[in-house]
Design a protein around this ligand. Structure first.
Ligand code: ADP
Ligand code: MG
Length: 735
């Protein structure tokens, strides 16, 4: 990259001096270049521009006053702390004229300060007789007024004239250090003209603030500005930043899309051009094609008919991968909608074309389940062509692994399935044509990148699968770069899952329900949120529950599965449950994604109030997979306040009211807001920092409209714009 933002990196970086703790923390936060620092905008603001006397303060008030230190001691009980008493110095005391010779008026009330973390420098500033300016919250305890960790400033009656920004920071990085670094970075950026406008005048709408002014203002807002407008980001300065951010995001995605479209990918029309007549390459509907392909054979051996939705999506993918432009597609479909078979049909089409396919899943359990299913379907068919399926996982034996690596490299493995082990350095493909990623939101973007880099001269096609759908409109507008296929129909024969929300006071009734299911020959999941007792939360842990259920159900095998178990033990437990040898499986959320045991008909989720909505939906999706009537019990426990929090209640209500994954996603969006929705789960590094799609749709529209114009007509500015915002993160965004 050659933009000036990169060149302005701080000089100290070039030298190989060891980094100090705050420098390391800065780096960890991604605050490396001046521009990164300048765009590290405040989280909130504090108003230090006014005095508030101690004597008027009530419990919970924020005060700011001058004081003198009266005593300073270190106590060791109940834990090590610095305890300081101070006495307020009244403002009048600074001006003898105001006192008119009266004594006793210069001092006000006393107050105790407590510090649990303190350094020698603080002790020095708080030595007896020191005068200071103090700011913090008052607690009116039994023993008089107290302040915990107030901020200490030099004794001065001049107050700041701008609001004080508070930045998000990390351990080892004091606010003051960070603030200095940010302001220095900002200064340099302004001087070097890095905030020069990139948006052509003609496209600036409304009364857009100049960028430099907006950034500067947000770091140092003048007194009198509405703090509310700053905090809810409706202030024009924030508006400008949001517009900038969304534009950067749209340009970079559009650019990535165009770049990808300029790359070549193998033609996976399902016809191996080296052996077959190219005439057959047409794939308007592969399920109707007549040649004896692996695809056709798979369709023949499948124990079910494809749903219409599956048929539609299979064809969307078929058309995509028969183009010589790499596919970049998200397949979203509710839990149980049958994504695996769609993936398998893409794989066979790839193999039919003479290329290898890789399938990556986020957990070993899930990867293995895919492996079993696909081996079951495909191995006999592949064997006829002298091809096989390879298995790669972190836990496999060295010898087996080597064997798998060998057949992957030789091309004998037409299909490679595994966990992230498939993207490790040693894995060499013979001719990778298609990459399938299951539950894509669980993978880091970097991992996806590594996988992509496997093919040298051609890009493989990429299909990502997700059971946590993004609401469609959001997907369309935000992911300018991604094509989306949707399975909007469940296979027939599913019985709806009855969802009950119950208090954990009714645990006994739940156990009775379990017994009834077991007696019918069905199986039960019981999910707990934590595996170890934690002092902080009074959670019933999986181990304890396992014990309780084992005692209550002496005739039933009760298994236990949690994330801290050895992989082989996990597998063993899972195998027993899948084979029906285990009646109840107590587990933490390791079973969240993809596990498929049709005989399981009851799902109990303990502390359901602690789970996110999409997680609950995923968990519930583990039952209702067979023909038997299934149920999900969401067991909540009331917190210390004796009631459920607002969002927890909304989530449980949504779960009870609907089973439609898209509706759930919509509610989730409503409850949490799209920033978090996209940020945490779908977009990896492409997170939005300032814009919020639920309130900033207008800016998104603006950015969407402008992005192609910028790329076509103002390429230099477009580059500058993206570099400024995304800088070193760019590499990831392309993945
Ligand atoms: P998910 O979309 O959650 O990954 P799966 O691919 O695991 O769903 O499919 C769930 C179950 O439905 C599996 O047992 C699968 O074999 C079955 N299935 C998939 N498609 C169909 C269909 N068209 N008809 C009947 N059963 C199907
Ligand atoms: Mg799946």
């Amino acid at each position: 990259m050659t933009d000036s933002a990169t060149q302005s990196e701080t000089k100290s970086q070039a030298k190989a001096k060891p980094l100090s703790a705050p420098q390391k923390a800065l780096r960890k936060l991604g605050l490396v270049r001046d521009i990164d620092l300048a765009l590290h905008l405040p989280l909130r603001y504090e108003d230090e521009t006014r005095w508030t006397s101690l004597s008027h303060a009530r419990d919970g008030d924020t005060v700011q006053f001058l004081a003198v230190v009266k005593t300073a001691d270190i106590a060791f009980k109940p834990r090590r702390q610095l305890i300081v008493t101070v006495q307020e110095i009244k403002l009048e005391a600074l001006d003898p004229a105001l006192l008119r010779g009266e004594t006793g008026r210069e001092f006000g009330e006393s107050c105790t300060l407590r510090f649990f973390n303190f350094y020698p420098s603080l002790q020095k500033n708080l030595a007896i007789g020191q005068k200071i300016r103090l700011r913090g919250d008052i607690k009116g305890g039994m023993h008089g007024k107290t302040m915990m960790h107030p901020s200490i400033h030099p004794f001065d009656n001049e107050l700041p004239t701008t609001l004080t920004p508070v930045y998000s920071t990390a351990a080892g990085l004091p606010q003051s250090y960070l603030k200095r670094a940010v302001l220095t970075g900002l200064d340099r950026c302004i001087r070097l003209g890095l905030f020069q406008e990139t948006v052509p005048k003609a496209y600036q709408i409304g009364e857009m603030w100049p960028l430099a002014k907006a950034v500067q203002f947000l770091h140092e807002p003048t007194v009198g500005v509405s703090v509310a407008q700053l905090e809810d980001k409706t202030h024009p300065a924030w508006q400008r930043l949001k517009a900038e951010e969304l534009l950067a995001q749209q340009i970079s995605q559009l650019r990535a899309k165009r770049e990808r479209q300029s790359l070549s990918a193998p033609n996976l029309s399902g016809v191996n051009l080296s052996t077959r007549d190219a005439q057959n390459a047409k794939t308007e509907d592969i399920s109707k094609s007549t040649h004896s392909s692996l695809t056709q054979e798979l369709l023949n051996v499948l124990p079910f008919e494809l749903t219409n939705a599956q048929r539609k999506v299979v064809n969307e993918i078929a058309i995509d991968i028969s183009k010589q432009v790499p596919m970049y597609r998200l397949l979203q479909g509710d839990v149980g909608s049958g994504k695996t078979v769609v993936a398998a049909l893409a794989a066979t089409q790839c193999i039919d074309s003479g290329y290898q396919c890789v399938l990556m899943a986020p957990t070993e359990i899930l990867a293995e389940q895919h492996f079993k299913k696909l081996v079951d379907w495909l191995s006999p068919l592949l064997a006829k062509k002298n091809l096989s399926v390879a298995w790669l996982s972190g836990s496999q034996k060295k010898k087996e692994r080597q064997q798998m690596l060998d057949i992957t490299q030789s091309g004998q493995a037409a299909l490679v399935i595994g966990t992230h082990a498939v993207i490790q350095e040693q894995v060499k493909f013979h001719s990778l044509g298609l990459v399938l990623i299951d539950e894509q939101h669980r993978f880091g973007v970097a991992q996806r990148l590594a996988l992509k880099a496997k093919l040298q001269d051609q890009e493989p096609h990429l299909l990502m699968m997700s059971a946590t759908p993004i609401p469609r409109t959001l997907a369309m507008s935000y992911y300018a770069d991604l094509d989306v296929s949707t399975l909007d129909e469940l296979p027939p024969g599913r019985t709806p899952v009855i969802t009950k929300v119950v208090s954990d006071q009714r645990r006994d009734e739940v156990v009775t329900r379990i017994k009834a299911q077991i007696n019918l020959g069905r199986q039960v999941y019981w999910v707990c949120p934590l595996i170890e007792e934690s002092e902080a939360f009074d959670l019933v842990n999986a181990t304890q529950t396992h014990q309780v259920l084992s005692d209550a159900l002496p005739e039933t095998v009760v298994g236990l599965l949690h994330s801290k178990m050895q992989t082989t033990d996990k597998k063993e437990v899972m195998q027993q449950f899948t084979a029906g040898k285990m009646g109840v499986l107590v587990s933490t959320t390791v079973i969240e994604v993809g596990v498929d045991v049709p005989n399981a008909s009851l799902m109990v989720i303990e502390h359901a109030e602690r789970f996110g909505l999409s997680q609950l939906h995923q968990l519930r999706g583990r039952v209702g997979r067979g023909a038997a009537a299934s149920a999900c019990v969401l067991m909540y426990s009331l917190g210390e306040h004796g009631r459920l929090g607002e969002t927890a209640r909304e989530r449980l209500k949504a779960m009870a009211e609907t089973q439609d994954g898209f509706e759930i996603a919509r509610r989730d969006l409503e409850i949490r807001g799209p920033g978090e929705f996209l940020g945490a789960r779908q977009s990896g590094a492409a997170m939005l920092r300032f814009a919020d799609l639920s309130t900033d749709q207008e800016w998104l529209d603006w950015a969407q409209d402008l992005a192609p114009k910028m790329l076509d007509n103002y390429p230099v500015q477009a580059q500058q714009h993206v570099g400024r915002w995304l800088g070193h993160k760019l590499e990831y965004l392309k993945a």
